[in-house]
Design a protein around this ligand. Structure first.
Ligand code: C2E
Ligand code: CA
Ligand code: CA
Length: 636
C-alpha cells in the first residue's frame, strides 16, 4: 500500500509498543529481583531498551524528516523487523521463565504472553504481513508449553490456546479487511473504480516533493469530456454513467500502468505521468501521449446499442521545473484545459507563460472591474434595431467600460472575466437597473420602441436571485407596458444547463411580461429539439453568418434555413452585424424581419440614440425603401 496514512498508522503503533514493553518489562524485572532470579531478566531488559531506542529512531525518522516515496518502503521493512524483534524478545522471556518453580513467575509470563497476543492482534491488525507471523510467534510456544504438561488440564489449555489463536487471527483479519475496504472507498471513485480527487491530490503532493528533491520531471493531464452533458440529458443518466465507465476503462487500458489515473469530477479525469530525467523529453512525451490518448478517447463507443462519439479537452501541466503545491498544479492544468474549451474544444494545450500572463491579466482586469462598478465606469450604449422599412423599432443594450487608464474596454474582454469570477451578478444587476432607467425615461419622452433587448449572461440567468432582482427592478422602474418591451438575450451556451431549470426561469420572466431571444444562434449548442422545449420568442442570427453572406453559399443556405426555422416556430428573427446594403437586401428577400448592424448604426450613447432615432425616423418617412447608400452614423 503506497499510502502515507497507512504508514502514519504504523508509526503511532511504534510508540505504543515501546511504552508497553519498557513499562511491563521493568515491572517484570523488579519482580524477578524480589524472587532473586533477576539475572536473565536484567540481560533481557537490556535488549528491550536497545530495541526501544531503535524503535524510537524509526519513529523520529518518519515524524520529523521528509521521507521520499521510495525510502518509505525501506523504512517500513525496518519497522516490521523492529516489531518482530520486540515480540520475539517477549517470547524469549516466556521461554526463560516458563519452567515451573516455587516463585510462580511462570504464571506471570503465561499471562503476559497471552496479553501480548491480544496486543499484537489489536495494535497491528492494519498489516497482515505483521500480525499473522507475530501471533504465531507468541502463541506457538504457549501451545507447546501447555501440551508438555502432559495432564488433562494441560491438553485442555493447549487446545484452548489453538482456538484462541484462531479467534485472534479471525478477528484481526476481519478488522484488516474492513480497514482495507474503508481505505479503498476513501481513495476510489465508486462509478469507475479509478482513484478519486482526494487520493490524486495526496499522491501529487508526495510526487511533487520527490520530483523536486530528485530533480526530475513529470506531467499531469486534465481531461474533460466535451458535451458530455448533452448525452446525459438526451439519453439519460444510466447511459451517461455507462459511457463514463467505458471512457475510464479505455483510458486505463491505453495507459498500461504508465500513469496514475483518477476521476476527479463528473466528466473530468486527471493523470500523472511517471518521472523523466530530462524536461525536453518529458514535454515531448506529454505531447505525443496526449495526442494518442485523444484519438483513443474519440473512437466510437457502443453503449446499449447506441453508437456514441465524444471528444475531450486536455490541459497539460509540466512539473519539476519549480516547486508548486498540488492545488496550484491542478489549477494550472485546469486553466490550460479551459483554454482548449475556449478555442472550440477537442484539443490539447500545454500550460505556458502566455497562459500564465493571461491569467495575471484577467486577475488585474477583475480587480479593476470591481472598482469600475463602484465608481460608475460602466456605461451603456444602445444599438438600433430596424424593421424592413429601416424604421427603428428597438435596440440592444451593450455595456462599455470607460476606464481612465485603460481607455474604453470592450465587453468581450470583461464580461467573460466577470462571469468567471462571479462579479457578473453585481455587474448584471447594475446593467439591468441602468437599462431600466433609460427605458423608463424613453417611455416618458414618448420614444416609440417596440422592443428593448438586454444581454443576460448564463451565470447571471441561473443565479438564484435573478428573477427576484428583475422583478424588484421592474417594480421600481417599469410599468406593465414598458415591461412588455423587454427582451432578454441569452446565448446557446445556456442550453448546456438543466433544461427544466431554464424553462422554469423563462416562465417566471414571462409572467413579468419579458420575452426571450436566442443570441448568436447557430454558433454553439444548437439542437432543434430545444426550439420545441424552450419557450423563446426571437432568434438572432449570429453576425458571423451575416458577414460571410457575400462569400459563401453555405452561409447563405444557413441563413435562409434559420429564417425558415424561425417561421416554422413562429419566432421573430433578427439579423445582427449587417454591414452592407447587399447583406441587408439578401436578408430582406429571405424574409428576415429585424436588422441590426453598422450599416444602420453603431451602438450609441443614450443621448445620441435619442437624436439618431428622431432623425432616422424622419428620413425613413421621406426616403424610399430600396436605398443602397449606408445610413450609418459614427458612434460618439
Ligand atoms: P452580442 O450580444 O453578439 O452583441 C453584438 C455585438 O456585435 C456588439 O459587440 C456590437 O457592437 C457588435 N456589432 C453590432 N453590429 C455590428 C456590425 O455590423 N459589425 C460588427 N463587426 N460588429 C457589430 P460588443 O458591444 O463588443 O459586445 C460583445 C459581446 O459582449 C456581446 O455580443 C455580448 O455577448 C456581450 N455583452 C455586451 N453587453 C453585455 C451586457 O450588458 N451583458 C452581458 N451579459 N453581455 C454583454
Ligand atoms: Ca446580444
Ligand atoms: Ca449576438
Amino acid at each position: 500500500m503506497n499510502e502515507k496514512r497507512f504508514y502514519n498508522f504504523l508509526e503511532k503503533q511504534i510508540l505504543l509498543l515501546i511504552g508497553w514493553s519498557l513499562l511491563t518489562g521493568f515491572g517484570f524485572t523488579v519482580l524477578s529481583m524480589i524472587y532473586n532470579v533477576a539475572k536473565p531478566a536484567l540481560i533481557w531488559y537490556g535488549f528491550i531498551v536497545l530495541t526501544s531506542i531503535w524503535g524510537w529512531s524509526l519513529y523520529r525518522r518518519f515524524k520529523y524528516t521528509r521521507i521520499e516515496i521510495d525510502q518509505l518502503e525501506s523504512w517500513y521493512q525496518q519497522v516490521r523487523l523492529f516489531i518482530y524483534v520486540i515480540f520475539g524478545l517477549w517470547t524469549i522471556l516466556f521461554i526463560l521463565y516458563a519452567e515451573e518453580t516455587t516463585n510462580n513467575l511462570h504464571y506471570v509470563v503465561v499471562f503476559i504472553q497471552v496479553g501480548a497476543s491480544v496486543i499484537a492482534a489489536t495494535f497491528l491488525f492494519s498489516d497482515k504481513k505483521i500480525f499473522v507471523p507475530i501471533l504465531l510467534i507468541l502463541m506457538y510456544p504457549l501451545v507447546v508449553y501447555f501440551a508438555m504438561i502432559q495432564e488433562a488440564y494441560g491438553y485442555f489449555l493447549a487446545i484452548y490456546s489453538v482456538i484462541f489463536l484462531g479467534l485472534l487471527l479471525h478477528t484481526s483479519n476481519n478488522s484488516y479487511r474492513l480497514m482495507q475496504q474503508i481505505y479503498h472507498q476513501a481513495q476510489h471513485d465508486p462509478l469507475t473504480g479509478l482513484f478519486n480527487r482526494r487520493y490524486f491530490s495526496d499522491y501529487l503532493e508526495q510526487m511533487l516533493d520527490s520530483i523536486i528533491s530528485s530533480k526530475k520531471f513529470a506531467y499531469i493531464l486534465l481531461i474533460d469530456l466535451d458535451y458530455f452533458k448533452t448525452i446525459n440529458d438526451s439519453l439519460g443518466h444510466e447511459i451517461g454513467d455507462k459511457l463514463l465507465i467505458e471512457v475510464a476503462t479505455r483510458i486505463e487500458k491505453f495507459c498500461e500502468d504508465t500513469h496514475l489515473i483518477a476521476r476527479i469530477g463528473g466528466d473530468e479525469f486527471m493523470m500523472a505521468s511517471y518521472e523523466f530525467d530530462d524536461l525536453a523529453d518529458c514535454m515531448k512525451k506529454a505531447d505525443v501521449f496526449s495526442k494518442k490518448l485523444l484519438v483513443a478517447i474519440k473512437d466510437t463507443y457502443i453503449v446499449d446499442h447506441h453508437h456514441l462519439h465524444i471528444s475531450a479537452s486536455i490541459g497539460i501541466k509540466q512539473i519539476g521545473d519549480k516547486y508548486l503545491k498540488a492545488n496550484q498544479v491542478i489549477k494550472e492544468a485546469d486553466i490550460a484545459m479551459y483554454e482548449v474549451k475556449a478555442q472550440g474544444r477537442d484539443g490539447i494545450i500545454d500550460f505556458n507563460e502566455i497562459l500564465a500572463k493571461k491569467v495575471d491579466n484577467d486577475l488585474e482586469v477583475e480587480r479593476r472591474l470591481y472598482f469600475a462598478l463602484k465608481s460608475n465606469e460602466i456605461e451603456l450604449h444602445y444599438q438600433p434595431q430596424v424593421d424592413q422599412d429601416q424604421k427603428i423599432i428597438g435596440c440592444e443594450v451593450l455595456a462599455r467600460w470607460n476606464n481612465s487608464e485603460l481607455g474604453l474596454i470592450n465587453p468581450s474582454e470583461f464580461i467573460m472575466i466577470a462571469e468567471k469570477t462571479g462579479l457578473i451578478i453585481d455587474l448584471g444587476n447594475y446593467i439591468l437597473s441602468e437599462a431600466f432607467k433609460t427605458l423608463k425615461k424613453w417611455e416618458k419622452n414618448c420614444l416609440e420602441l417596440e422592443q428593448f433587448s438586454i444581454n443576460i449572461s448564463v451565470r447571471q440567468f441561473l443565479h438564484s436571485s435573478f428573477v427576484y432582482q428583475v422583478e424588484h427592478l421592474c417594480n421600481i422602474y417599469l410599468n406593465e407596458n414598458a415591461r412588455k418591451k423587454l427582451l432578454f438575450e441569452v446565448t446557446e451556451t445556456l442550453l448546456a444547463e438543466d433544461i427544466n431549470k431554464i424553462v422554469s426561469i423563462i416562465n417566471e420572466l414571462k409572467r413579468l411580461g419579458i420575452s426571450i431571444s436566442m443570441d448568436d444562434f447557430g454558433t454553439g449548442y444548437s439542437s432543434l429539439n430545444f426550439l420545441r422545449e424552450i419557450p423563446i420568442d426571437e432568434l438572432k442570427i449570429d453576425r458571423a453568418f451575416v458577414s460571410r453572406l457575400g462569400e459563401s453559399d453555405s452561409d447563405k443556405m444557413m441563413v435562409s434555413t434559420i429564417i425558415s426555422l424561425a417561421n416554422i416556430y413562429d419566432l421573430s428573427i433578427v439579423a445582427e452585424g449587417v454591414e452592407t446594403g447587399e447583406q441587408f437586401r439578401f436578408l430582406l428577400e429571405q424574409g428576415c424581419g429585424i436588422f441590426q448592424g453598422f450599416y444602420f448604426s453603431k451602438p450609441l450613447g443614450e443621448e445620441d440614440f435619442e437624436i439618431y432615432m428622431q432623425r432616422q425616423n424622419a428620413i425613413a418617412k421621406r426616403i424610399p425603401l430600396k436605398k443602397t447608400s449606408s445610413n450609418y452614423i459614427q458612434a460618439s
